[in-house]
Design a protein around this ligand. Structure first.
Ligand code: PLP
Length: 356
């Protein structure tokens, strides 16, 4: 048997989640956000299950071309636009939609000779203070863009800083709509959290990412309550068992010391596979449907779990590290990170298995 760690990709769950996104979107169209290789799931693996999407959104030109290579003619949006003139020409040639967030991009776009005009998403900084133009610049930029023969249409775009949190979206939505309405542009703003919680933010195109992969964007509502199913299950098996006596410690740094007799399972998965090294003792895992906690530091190739209460499991028993039965959000929260990071960081040595 090969080393037993594997990532199962459940396309049925992905179809379900895409249908949930479509249902919430109503009349708005859905860009399925598949940047970072489909949030780590593998772009080409997941595209066949995203037929419900009206388009796709990525950050990387290579991924956009990969989508075109799969003979998908739907809109594909480059969320950060192009990074040089060559990319701009390639984007035009392939009929991609482009975001523009910075003055140099606009100058390049207006000056270029392009094979065909592009749909341009004018990114407006409404409070995230990451990418985009200030609201006061928008009317002038819009005027220059629409009069260019390189531009097919201009869409007003923004990104919400706290759609999953306390501030919500209205403080950013209001300035966006104040610009978009008089200009008569389409609106593209909502991420997963805004799509699920704020119908007033939907506009013409929504941009859900994390919910497609079955993780909740919220701390106070879980994925199951939202009707979402985990797409990736990271699992492995126990390859050794240790019986500890009181005073024995486990792993590098001897950070965990048993205060009683314990039975410890050694699982063939570690940070070399993408499991978070900072997961503290007690981070949840599943063995035979039972919740257990990790013990001590995570190593590159192994981690340890406490199976003192599970006499029937042993070497060879399957261990779920996240996914089916154990939301990745819970492992992320225990490890001081977010589901997005865990999903995108599964490493190349982990075999992926697709379930249709
Ligand atoms: C990643 C991204 C999204 C998707 O966000 P989720 O929280 O995963 O739904 C939407 N818009 C932009 C600009 C993004 O970069």
């Amino acid at each position: 048997m090969p080393r037993p760690v594997e990532a199962i990709i459940d396309l049925q769950a992905l179809r379900n989640n895409a249908a949930v996104a479509k249902r919430h979107a109503g009349d708005a169209k859905v860009f399925a956000v598949v940047k970072a290789n489909g949030y780590g799931h593998g772009l080409e693996r997941i595209l066949p299950a995203l037929g419900a999407a009206d388009g796709f959104a990525v950050v990387e030109l290579e991924l956009a071309l990969c989508i075109r290579g799969c003979e998908i003619t739907k809109p594909v949006l480059l969320l950060e636009g192009f990074f040089d003139e060559k990319e701009l020409v390639t984007a035009s040639k392939n009929g991609l939609h482009i975001a523009v967030h910075e003055a140099k991009q606009i100058e390049m776009l207006l000056a270029a000779r392009l094979p065909q005009p592009l749909s341009v998403y004018l990114k407006i900084n409404t409070g995230m203070n990451r990418l985009g133009f200030m609201p006061g610049q928008v009317a002038e930029l819009h005027g220059r863009l629409v009069s260019s023969e390189n531009v097919r249409e201009v869409v007003a775009m923004t990104h919400f800083a706290d759609a999953d949190g306390k501030r919500g979206v209205d403080w950013q939505l209001q300035p966006l709509m104040q610009l978009a309405e008089p200009l008569g542009t389409k609106v593209c703003a909502a991420n997963s959290a805004a799509l699920l919680r704020y119908p007033q933010s939907h506009g013409d195109w929504v941009r859900p990412g994390i919910m497609l992969y079955g993780a909740s964007p919220f701390d106070d509502v879980n994925a199951e309550q939202l009707g979402l199913q985990p797409v990736m299950t990271l699992r492995s098996r126990m390859i050794d068992i240790q019986d500890l006596q009181p005073g024995d410690s486990v792993g590098y740094g001897c950070t965990f010391t048993a205060d009683k007799a314990m039975r410890i399972g050694v699982v063939a998965a570690g940070y070399g596979d993408g499991y978070p090294r900072h997961a503290p003792t007690g981070t949840p895992a599943l063995v035979g449907g039972q919740r257990v906690g990790t013990i001590g530091h995570v190593s590159m190739d192994t981690l340890c779990i406490d199976i003192s209460e599970l006499p029937d499991v042993g070497v060879g028993s399957e261990v779920t590290l996240w996914g089916e039965g154990l939301p990745v959000e819970q492992v992320a929260a225990s490890s001081g990170t977010v589901s997005y990071e865990l999903l995108t960081k599964v490493t190349a040595r982990v075999p992926f298995i697709v379930r249709n």
